[in-house]
Design a binder for this molecule. Structure first.
Ligand SMILES: Cc1cc2nc3c(=O)[nH]c(=O)nc-3n(C[C@H](O)[C@H](O)[C@H](O)COP(=O)(O)OP(=O)(O)OC[C@H]3O[C@@H](n4cnc5c(N)ncnc54)[C@H](O)[C@@H]3O)c2cc1C
Length: 296
């Protein structure tokens, strides 16, 4: 096994895989080290949503992120276009104001705001396609020191540059702080081709969302009965009925406000995208390449 590479990426979630793929395509020598393919990124269906929450906040750099994701993901799988946001009539003027002057294609329909250029995707096939042909070592990292990784079996790996993309569960390795928010998705029997989001979201076979408080450190999460009740009650408001479901998925979001690409000893941290990881990962992968090119 090689113990050195030009760039070592820790993490094979959407952040690490987008970065590794973009660097690999630019001809850089990349080694990805990860316990497994994705972790929080295995949320079954992910929205690509530029207009966030119940307040209609337009995501920072939404236009650039949309351009980058449409340029990137369709090469690796299907992206379903459009998200419907059933905004109450009384809130629409405020949302309209927030969208003014922004280049976010949208239509106001009777039912609410239709974001034409937003979308959703099934995550598992995408993660597998992104991983194809990359040099990936599946191992647990116990410790990080600058650009060197210590594996559980005592082996050491190093890169000229380290890219930390270990998400919530690896955050203790780099000590960046941030907020950890547990949440769940119910796997619905019905397939929602049209994504809808307000309070909770439905897309594909997912009904997802989170209302649990943030924590200041990572702890694995399991779906709680009160979360199921909350998701179904919110679905009732969104859809007018409670969809039948067969299983659940639980995960933890990790948010670092506006510092998703950050210099750290030995390289960069590319993490902390909260619930917009799929939205921003292609844009930030490009940015990482630029930073590395600027450096070399
Ligand atoms: C309920 C819910 C709904 C969500 N909905 C959406 C959505 O609609 N759209 C969206 O974009 N996002 C959504 N998210 C957020 C999204 O799931 C995550 O934020 C995102 O996928 C994180 O990606 P990541 O690559 O940073 O980390 P992860 O996917 O967590 O990947 C971390 C990687 O690092 C590896 N790793 C960590 N520690 C170690 C170690 N010590 N040794 C070796 N490897 C290690 C893991 O094996 C994994 O490969 C949702 C989250 C939740 C909880």
């Amino acid at each position: 096994m090689k113990t050195q590479a030009e760039i070592v990426v820790l993490g094979a979630g959407i952040a690490g895989l987008c970065a590794a793929r973009v660097l690999h395509e630019a001809g850089r020598e990349v080694l990805v080290v990860a316990r497994e393919l994705g972790e929080a990124s295995r949320v079954p269906d992910a929205l690509l949503n530029p207009v966030r929450g119940k307040r209609g906040t337009v995501a920072p750099e939404a236009e650039e992120a949309l351009e980058a994701l449409w340029d990137f993901y369709p090469r690796f799988g299907t992206v379903r276009q459009g998200i419907l946001r059933p905004v109450p009539q009384s809130d629409r003027p405020v949302w309209q104001q927030k969208l003014q002057g922004r280049r976010i294609p949208h239509l106001w329909l009777e039912e609410g705001l239709y974001l034409e250029n937003a979308g959703w995707l099934e995550t598992t096939p995408l993660l597998h396609r992104l991983a194809e042909g990359l040099n990936i070592l599946y191992a647990e990292v116990k410790r990080l020191e600058e650009n060197t990784l210590w594996l559980e079996d005592g082996r050491r790996l190093s890169g000229k540059v380290l890219v930390y993309a270990g998400g919530a569960s690896g955050a203790h390795l780099v000590g960046l702080g941030g907020r950890f928010t547990p949440g769940s998705v119910l796997l619905t029997q019905q397939h929602f081709k049209q994504a809808r989001s307000y309070g909770v979201y439905v897309a594909g076979h997912s009904l997802g969302g989170s209302y649990l408080p943030h924590q200041d450190r990572y702890a694995p999460h399991q779906t709680q009965p009160h979360e199921v009740e909350w998701l179904l009650a919110e679905a009732q408001k969104l859809l007018g009925y409670r969809p039948a479901f067969s299983a659940s998925w639980a995960g933890v979001r990790y948010r670092l406000d506006r510092h998703c690409l950050k210099e750290i000893p030995g390289g960069f941290a590319l993490t902390g995208f909260g619930s917009a990881a799929y939205f921003y990962a292609p844009l930030y992968a490009r940015r990482l390449l630029k930073r590395l090119t600027g450096q070399s």
